[in-house]
Design a binder for this molecule. Structure first.
Ligand SMILES: Nc1nc2c(ncn2[C@@H]2O[C@H](COP(=O)(O)OP(=O)(O)OP(=O)(O)O)[C@@H](O)[C@H]2O)c(=O)[nH]1
Ligand SMILES: [Mg+2]
Length: 346
């Protein structure tokens, strides 16, 4: 199951109490105060881990409390500090304060760590309070409580390229021919129910990540079909591949499909409709009415968008498409770098 939103409760460990104690030893007169300090409570951290791809493991495990600090002891022994508690999440997880809705942090890089709840301080033992005028203090401090928060975690997949289009347009088929991803492919709508990522290998250790998405239909922004909530997973992609079935098997008009999907993207987020987009005519091996392909080509040209035609069955055009994507991604990365929008991840 693909879980992309969970609520969790986090709490730093409480600090241990200090203690009041006096040294009492045979043959040693005037022992003096010897109460040790309490240990510090453990912190709660969230860490981005690229081996995870959903938040499912947190759905049934919403309580995250770090270890408490031990109390101080006599003979000036400090209590042991509590162990930290680490919550692993997929890369691309955003942390919100669920009470205020404020975005606290965005874990966009593998291995990124974020301190979400600090453990409490340990209390001082009485030996800490000894002064020249009060050599035998009979008080100690309690440990302070760990920080406590309700958090909402949301996963936004990090892909370079997002596939959009009507159900059955051939999105999953394309990702399964150009990457090692093997999503389910079938000739009925809404085969894909949740996003999948595929890594496209360009050779020379160069890769990009493609996200296969559930299909969109008219009214998706009002909840039709699977709705448009999955679109937030492609909000961070650099390039959209808009797949349109140009065979007559779809029973619909290719240009209308194309305009409908773009309208849904716009209704979801106008900024997404402005994202660089390639228009990709699919299933050209099954093209029975060439005019369908030409009409779509004219529409793409009118919108000023690059146009490609492919068949994932015969592989016609897929290599060229992948090469064009790679070039475009490089250009987009370079442009973003020049605009100072990307910091190089170290
Ligand atoms: N002839 C032909 N059929 C194709 C091609 N690509 C996909 N198909 C068929 O089209 C149907 C739908 O393909 P999918 O890849 O599941 O389509 P999808 O866009 O992922 O559909 P949803 O997940 O439902 O949104 C399947 O029966 C595929 O075999 C192609 O290039 N040529
Ligand atoms: Mg699919």
């Amino acid at each position: 199951m693909f879980i992309d939103r969970v609520k969790i409760h986090v709490q730093g460990g409480h600090g241990g109490n200090g203690v009041t104690a006096f040294r009492r030893e045979k043959f040693v007169p005037r022992g003096g105060p010897s109460g040790g300090d309490g240990g510090r409570g453990g912190d709660v951290w969230v860490v981005a881990d690229s081996s995870l791809n959903t938040l499912l493991h947190l759905r049934y495990n919403p309580e995250h409390i770090a270890d408490r600090g031990r109390h101080g002891e006599g003979s000036n022994c400090s209590g042991r500090d509590g162990d930290d508690h680490t919550i692993r999440v997929p890369v691309g997880t955003q942390i919100f304060d669920s009470t205020t809705g404020e975005l606290l942090h965005d874990l966009a890089v593998d291995g990124a760590r974020w301190l979400v709840a600090k453990g409490g301080r340990g209390g001082f033992g009485n030996s800490h309070f000894a002064t020249s005028t009060n050599r035998a203090p009979r008080y100690h401090q309690s440990g302070s409580e760990g920080e406590e928060l309700e958090l909402q975690l949301e996963l936004k997949l990090l892909a370079d390229v997002g596939l959009v289009g009507f159900p059955n347009a051939g999105k999953s088929t394309l990702i399964s021919t150009v990457s090692a991803a093997r999503p389910k492919v079938a000739d009925y709508p809404f085969t894909t129910l949740e996003p999948n990522l595929g890594v496209v290998d360009l050779g020379d250790f160069r890769t990009f990540v493609m996200a296969d998405m559930p299909g969109l239909i008219e009214g998706a922004h009002q909840g039709a079909g699977l709705g448009d909530r999955f679109l937030r997973h492609i909000e961070r992609t650099k390039l959209l591949l808009h797949l349109v079935d140009v065979s007559s098997a779809s029973g619909r008009d290719a240009v209308t499909d194309y305009l409908t999907v773009n309208h849904e993207l716009h209704s979801y987020n106008p900024e997404l409709a402005q994202r660089p987009q390639f228009v990709v005519a699919t299933k050209i091996d099954a093209l029975d009415e060439p005019e369908r392909l030409e009409a779509l080509r004219r529409q793409a040209a009118a919108d000023g968008l690059p146009f490609y035609e492919i068949s994932s069955v015969t592989n016609r055009g897929t290599k060229e498409l992948v090469a064009a994507i790679a070039v475009r991604l490089d250009e987009l990365t370079e442009a973003a770098r020049q605009a100072g929008m990307i910091e190089l991840a170290v």
